[in-house]
Design a protein around this ligand. Structure first.
Ligand code: PHE
Length: 347
């Protein structure tokens, strides 16, 4: 009778364990049959009330049943763990046949591309690159460039002043680097330099102007430098920058720090000089301001004008970029939109 009880319980336990589909149902089968309060332990408790003779046989039967149930439980546990791992591996399998995500490669902004191109051209001609500073004193931005206080030329370059009563401002022109370069030379030696950098003006922002823009300043100081040297240099620059067939023309102009001063036009690279909307039907496009360094500037910067002469020029980076790449709105140069960069760079 008792033996039969054990057999039945063993059967139930084996069935429960066998049919467990996951770890949770296996654990509840364990709790129901094998744990301290499980059915097999409950049978053990009956032993106390039994006759001595049948007790031993009953205990043996329970132990044997327990061994079998435990063995099946361990086997099932290992099976379920294996199954779980296999499912996980299946789910996380990397499909090597999937097409790879295309990598987007960045481009150099036309703004920097122009600076690089211009720098390259002048480096080839033996110029050095000088770093200027964005925050300048009134002395370097204006006074040493022959723009004394109250000079009307200041109005055109109204800017951002910094500090209380301190003469600091965001430079309005990279020309400030001219004075630095000349004054920094303890022994006055010839100079051939360009200085790319940012300049700031309180212009109204529109399609072609921005309160912050870039210029490339150029300065040559040596013995017997003439306007012919200036013209030849800038003509070579125009050809390298805009094409072999380009010509330049000089129109007289005014800058306080050059005398004489000129605006330099390049023959239109869009219509080859025939006339088109880009050159406003004149065949010529203005690209930079230039001139012979004003003797007053040479003198203020420690170069004796009787001995030294020089020329200077200033190229507007955005203007050249917009012309060269046909960009209509200056703000596109600062927005870093990858679609815009992709369209324009490399053209
Ligand atoms: N600094 C002038 C400007 O910003 C350009 C220039 C530079 C003109 C050097 C002559 C010589 O308009």
């Amino acid at each position: 009778m008792e033996q039969e009880q054990v057999r039945l319980e063993e059967e139930r336990a084996l069935q429960d364990i066998e049919s467990a589909k996951d770890e949770t149902s296996l654990e509840s089968a364990y709790n129901a049959h094998l744990a301290k309060k499980g059915a097999l332990s409950a049978l053990m408790a009956q032993m106390g009330k039994m006759e001595k003779e049948s007790r031993a046989a009953f205990g043996k039967a329970i132990n044997e049943a327990k061994q079998k149930v435990i063995a099946l439980y361990e086997q099932k546990k290992a099976e379920l763990a294996k199954k779980k791992l296999e499912e996980k591996l299946k789910k996380e399998k990397i499909d090597v046949t999937l097409p790879a995500k295309a990598k987007r490669i960045g481009r150099i902004n036309p703004y920097y591309q122009i600076i690089d191109e211009v720098s390259e051209i002048f480096l080839d001609m033996g110029y050095e690159i000088v770093e200027g500073r964005d925050v300048e004193s009134d002395r370097f931005n204006f006074e040493l460039l022959n723009v004394p206080k109250d000079h009307p030329a200041r109005d055109m370059q109204d800017t951002f002043y910094i500090g209380n009563g301190v003469d600091l401002l965001l430079r309005t022109q990279t020309s400030a680097a001219q004075a630095h370069t000349m004054l920094e030379k303890e022994v006055k030696t010839p100079i051939r330099m360009i200085s790319p950098g940012k300049a700031y003006r309180r212009d109204d922002d529109d399609m072609t102007h921005s309160h912050q823009f870039a210029q490339i300043e150029g300065l040559v100081v040596d013995h017997d430098i003439s306007l012919a040297n200036l013209k030849a240099t800038l003509e070579l620059f125009a050809k390298k920058m805009f094409g072999e067939k380009r010509e330049i023309r000089l129109r007289s102009s005014y800058f306080p720090f050059t005398e004489p001063s000129v605006e330099v036009d390049v023959s239109c690279f869009n219509c080859q000089g025939k006339g088109c909307p880009m050159c406003k039907h004149t065949g010529w496009i203005e690209i930079l301001g230039a001139g012979m360094v004003n003797p007053k500037v040479l003198e203020m910067c420690g170069y004796d004008p009787k001995e030294w002469s020089g020329f200077a020029f200033g190229v507007g980076v955005e203007r050249v970029a917009m012309l060269k790449y046909g960009i209509d709105d200056i703000r596109r140069l600062y927005q870093n939109d990858i679609r815009f960069l992709k369209d324009y760079v490399g053209k």
